[in-house]
Design a protein around this ligand. Structure first.
Ligand SMILES: [Zn+2]
Length: 389
């Protein structure tokens, strides 16, 4: 085990940390943020596309594939609307919805992040089937899955009670107009967050156009209210954000230990195809890899937790091998914070924006001390991740 980094393991006050990072050459404007901005972080802020440098990739390991945006038919009347992505493509925050076509109407599984992807998903679905949406099931409350709900108000919207509660809370502070953002919104049009109007806690089954769609709640994982859609005839699982493939999993509202358990549970289901919330279509192998991301991080973070290192200093040291090349590598910081909260028994369903912020500042401080300026993560990037996905 490595010795803890003495200077970094000392807990800095926020002011000290901000000052030290500012001295390393980062622009003060990019790191200073008032209480108002932090309040905004917990709300459903728009997620700007980030163009800042990422932590280094590792040439020893494969890079993620690139995949196209497309409405892909997986079985009769069953489709996934895949967002394009791949290395260097800033699409980690745009989720993959699903669509089941019935005799009279379409069912959507998630509503995407904003006007551009929601309208594109609706248009592609109508073009493929000649039908309109009559039901929408949100897999969970994160903005990139529910912010598009306002474009499905002609449909009945369903979700787990926790998903509804979080949407109701977020709706109170949702801006009244969209901020034009590449890939999300192209105009400052009216914006509102529409929570699910129907909730269900346990398994719920729809029979639509000959397709059996079982909604399954497998316990807290990515959030405390994750719903998945399992299609037994075709062995297809729309996993929502219980699955991230080639994209670093986002754990800001997660119970990582239970999330791994849910992945292990799915391994026992009769599933061939998994549509992840983020990344290209895969299967159980890819889901097991995502669980391995958390296991590897858990082992590395635990060594440093036991050595009394802070989560930011720990994250700056940790290398994840093949997982370092996954899209969204900066999520290592938030995921380390989340592991620490489990071990400290301070875990709640809520996102701890301040802890992630402090950890990012400490992470940057270590990188700056090592003169690895290209690996410094702008706080604006982490703040953009406060828009959960
Ligand atoms: Zn999510």
């Amino acid at each position: 085990m490595r010795k803890p980094n003495e200077s970094a393991s000392q807990k800095l006050t926020r002011r000290e940390a901000l000052g030290r990072v500012a001295l390393t050459g980062l622009g003060a404007a990019s790191i200073l943020s008032g209480a108002g901005e932090l309040a905004r972080l917990s709300a459903q802020a728009p997620a700007p596309v980030q163009a800042a440098p990422l932590p280094a990739t590792d040439p020893k390991y494969p890079m993620p594939p690139a995949w196209n945006r497309e409405l892909r038919q997986l079985a009769p009347n069953v489709y996934a609307y895949l967002q394009g992505g791949g290395p260097g493509i800033p699409a980690a925050g745009v989720s993959n919805p699903g669509m089941i076509a019935g005799a009279d109407y379409l069912m959507a599984i998630d509503a995407t992040q904003g006007p551009i992807p929601a309208r594109a998903f609706i248009a592609a679905s109508k073009q493929a089937t000649g039908k309109d949406f009559g039901r929408l099931v949100n897999t969970h409350h994160h903005g990139d899955h529910v912010n598009g709900n306002q474009f499905f108000t002609h449909a009945e919207i369903l979700g787990h009670p926790y998903c509804r509660e979080e949407c109701v809370k977020a709706a109170a502070t949702t801006p009244k107009t969209w901020t034009p953002t590449p890939g999300v919104a192209d105009a400052a049009e009216e914006r509102k967050l529409v929570p699910p109007s129907v909730t269900f806690k346990d398994d719920l089954t729809y029979f639509i156009g000959g397709t059996e769609v079982q909604f399954r709640f497998a316990g807290p994982a990515h959030t405390w209210g994750d719903m998945m859609a399992y299609l037994p005839q075709y062995k297809i699982l729309f996993a929502g954000d219980v699955a991230f493939f080639w994209v670093a999993p986002y754990a800001n509202n997660s119970y990582i230990t239970k999330w791994i358990e849910v992945c292990d549970k799915i391994a026992g289901w009769d599933v061939d195809v998994i549509v992840p919330g983020h990344g290209p279509i895969g299967g159980k192998k890819e889901l097991a890899e995502m669980a391995n991301y958390f296991r590897v991080l858990g082992v590395e973070a635990r060594k440093r937790y036991d050595a009394k290192m802070t989560p930011g200093a720990a994250a700056a040291e940790i290398r994840l091998g093949r997982f370092d090349n996954w899209i969204g590598p900066e999520r290592l910081i938030m995921d380390t914070v989340r592991w620490y909260e489990e071990w400290d028994s301070t875990l709640t369903p809520d996102y701890n924006a301040m802890a992630v912020r402090e950890a990012t500042i400490e992470y940057n401080q270590v990188k700056a001390g090592q003169k690895k300026m290209s690996e410094i993560i702008p706080l604006s990037r982490m703040e953009a991740l406060a828009e959960p996905c």
